[in-house]
Design a protein around this ligand. Structure first.
Ligand SMILES: [Zn+2]
Ligand SMILES: [Zn+2]
Length: 233
């Protein structure tokens, strides 16, 4: 879509934006100042060029709108409907304004799916291996996530269950840490230091070299490689 729109814009704007036009105007300015041509004739000529451009824009307006419209339509197609094979598209409920996935076969096919209320929905063109419904990427919020559009999908239910379990386990661990350290805050600090200890298991040499310097992990990796190179040659 983006490409189609950009192409359309380029086509229609080409005459407005041509370098030649600017160059010609500049040339004309010079000619006016040199007294070779009258200002009026240049203005007339510019007016003609502009009229031509506007004429182009007007005649292709409908065509341009079609390109944009079809591009938008293309973007909102999520994939084939499981029930009838026609396209599922992103729609908006007239009353609530909530978006949902509906089938192009409506009203013969009444297949619908509710969609995440927030974030940009990007159709992936792939189908969920568990339920066969189209998969989407939702961009916005904390981080993009990929899901199929069927909330009843066994894979999604599994994932929700796993997420809930992970949350519960985390809460439990935090509570346990809080108990052993006397306070929840202490637990937090303790877990942070263990993490720090775990991540800085690089060679002492490398660590020494980059210590103090505001080197990124990448830089320290590079330094490590150089160190290694030095020691092998
Ligand atoms: Zn359908
Ligand atoms: Zn699924």
């Amino acid at each position: 879509t983006g490409i189609a729109v950009a192409q359309a814009l380029t086509d229609f704007a080409s005459e407005i934006a041509t370098h030649e036009m600017t160059a010609e105007l500049e040339r004309s300015m010079d000619e006016i100042s040199e007294g070779k041509v009258s200002k009026d004739s240049v203005v007339d000529r510019s007016r003609d060029v502009l009229r031509q451009v506007y004429g182009n824009l007007e005649s292709s307006q409908e065509e341009f709108a079609d390109i944009v419209r079809s591009g938008i339509r293309e973007d909102s197609v999520l994939g084939p409907c499981k029930k009838c094979g026609k396209n599922l598209t992103v729609r908006r409920a007239r009353k609530s304004g909530k978006r949902f996935a509906g089938c192009e076969g409506y009203p013969e096919c009444d297949q619908t799916y509710s969609l995440p209320p927030r974030g940009e929905i990007i159709p992936l063109g792939t189908l969920c291996e568990a339920c066969g419904s189209p998969e989407i990427k939702v961009v916005g919020g904390r981080r993009p996530w990929i899901t199929c559009i069927d909330m009843q999908c066994p894979k999604q239910q599994e994932r929700r269950k796993a997420a809930a379990e992970a949350k519960a386990a985390k809460a439990e661990a935090a509570a346990a840490a809080g108990e052993s350290n006397g306070s929840a805050e202490g637990g937090e600090r303790a877990s942070k230091t263990t993490r720090k200890r775990a991540t800085s298991k690089s060679s002492p040499k490398t660590r020494k070299k980059t210590a103090g310097a505001k080197a990124s992990a990448k830089a320290s990796a590079k330094a490590g490689a150089q160190e290694l190179e030095k020691s092998t040659t």
